[in-house]
Design a protein around this ligand. Structure first.
Ligand SMILES: [Zn+2]
Length: 483
């Protein structure tokens, strides 16, 4: 039987983070009352003229540079003509053969090895409005539909990959990596739930060892990383079955349903010429000079992959920790700021990955909005390392700092949390605990080392976590001649 090779290309639509829309000053705020963020331009009124939002151009260039694209100094907008009720102009303003960026790549880590995925182009375009179907979830069965144009003309960049992806897993890794980069650069907020990042997949099969591309289908509505992987797996299976039985693949667009994990045919796939693209006469071609691009190039931050590698080679972090510390820009910057105050990389990573991340998750918060600062974390770590506080108290402090934003030394002083290192005080507590637990004393005398943990625990409890556990251990060993 023929062995099939999977060929996948992804088109990712990312909403560009801006205050206003692509060609007018209407707000891009998500979730507002329908049709309150509209004007003659984004509703396609006759005579209204679009003016390009420069921020979108800057952000598209930023993304292009970060993904090794050529920035096309001459690029232009084109009209993509089609009719749908959510598109009042009857055309979408997009870019076709003269996009802002072309021919880049993204290196993606899959199962410990690096795969280079080529980028055909990145272009700017406007979003369409939204249909709200009444009486049903979808258009079939709806009694009528309402049009909300708040989203009409919201700026997007479409990132089109080469057909370089070879499995569903790779596709998911590529999408995750792209999401991380657009968020890192501030190009897009990466919010999949609000539709800021959407993906369509072009999938085809060909006999292993051949070069000619097979007929592809396009699967739409992939709104989560999981959907990307699951929908592609389904489509590979569907195409394999057809080809194995000697059938042919029909070029079509299929819709993925996340709830039922199934795809169904939407329409036979249209070609670019069906849209009668032509240069938009209302918008002048864009001319970008080198100095403009250089200016943006100079503000480009160190990218997550580079940082990930640096944390491993320069700071000795594990692959896991380095990945966690570069998961997003705010974590990376928080980590760096704490590091610059003299804390150890491993200690910071442990606390950020452990107690801090658990607290943030529980309180639906993030490092950017919580009250903990790098200075406070660094100070707490210093007190922990020099023995002023115990590990147990440190955990309590982290919670308090996150909750109230109070400086750790203030908390230590106010709540009397300093670790008890005074030998006299510790010995006294041990004596009390031993007198309360005669059975344990017998066991210790008989050399049952495991009983020591129980006694240490009791002493820690009596001291409300403040006794230095090392000293308690040492004293008990002396008392009962244990090793
Ligand atoms: Zn508008």
């Amino acid at each position: 039987m023929t062995q099939w090779e999977v060929v996948i290309g992804l088109e990712i639509h990312a909403q560009v983070t801006t205050q206003s829309k692509l060609f007018c000053s209407c707000s891009t705020q998500f979730g507002s009352t329908p049709n309150t963020q509209v004007c003659p331009v984004c509703t396609g009124m006759p005579g209204a003229l679009p003016v390009l939002n420069r921020t979108v151009l800057d952000k598209a260039i930023t993304l292009g540079l970060a993904t090794h694209c050529t920035i096309n100094e001459h690029n232009e907008f084109a009209r993509k003509n089609y009719f749908y009720p959510d598109l009042p102009k009857g055309y979408q303003i997009s870019q076709l053969d003269k996009p802002i960026c072309s021919l880049g790549y993204l290196d993606v880590e899959v199962d410990g090895s690096t795969r280079r995925i080529g980028l055909t182009r990145i272009h700017m375009e406007e979003d369409a409005g939204k249909l709200v179907h009444q009486g049903s979830d979808n258009i079939k069965g709806a009694t009528h539909s309402l049009v909300d144009l708040n989203r009409s003309s919201v700026p997007l960049v479409e990132i089109v990959s080469e057909p370089d992806i070879r499995s569903a897993k790779e596709a998911k890794a590529y999408m995750e990596s792209m999401a991380q980069i657009v968020r890192w650069l501030g190009v897009c907020d990466g919010n999949l739930e609000e539709g800021s990042l959407r993906c369509d997949a072009n999938i085809s099969l060909r006999p292993k060892g051949t070069e000619t591309l097979g007929t592809k289908t396009e699967v739409k509505n992939l709104n989560s990383f999981k959907s990307v992987e699951r929908a592609i797996l389904l489509e590979i299976e569907r195409q394999t079955d057809i080809l194995d039985e000697g059938g042919t693949i029909i070029q079509e667009t299929r819709h993925y349903n996340e709830a039922t994990n199934s795809t169904k045919s939407l329409r036979s796939k249209e070609e670019a010429h069906d849209y009668r693209y032509f240069p938009d006469p209302d918008l002048v071609p864009i001319a970008i000079d080198r100095a403009w691009v250089s200016r943006i190039e100079q503000t480009l931050p160190e990218l997550p992959t580079a940082r990930h590698k640096r944390y491993q080679t320069e700071l000795g972090l594990s692959d896991y920790d380095a990945g966690k510390m570069t998961v997003d820009r705010e974590t990376g910057d928080f980590f760096e700021a704490t590091l610059s105050l003299g804390s150890s990389a491993k200690e910071i990573a442990n606390w950020l990955n452990g107690d801090i991340s658990a607290w943030l998750k529980e309180h639906s918060s993030t490092l950017a909005i919580c009250k903990l600062t790098p200075a406070h974390l660094a100070e707490m770590l210093k007190e922990l390392i020099n023995g002023t506080i115990s590990g147990k108290i440190a955990k309590q402090l982290v919670d308090d700092m996150l909750e109230t934003g109070t400086h750790p030394s203030t908390l230590i002083k106010e709540k009397g949390l300093a670790q008890v290192n005074d030998t006299g005080a510790i010995n006294q507590m041990i004596d009390i605990v031993l007198s309360e637990n005669p059975k344990a004393v017998e066991d210790l005398k008989a050399g049952k080392v495991q009983t020591m943990g129980f006694i240490v625990g009791q002493v820690m409890r009596k001291s409300q976590g403040k006794a230095n556990p090392d000293q308690v251990n040492k004293r008990l060993k002396e008392l009962f001649s244990l090793s």
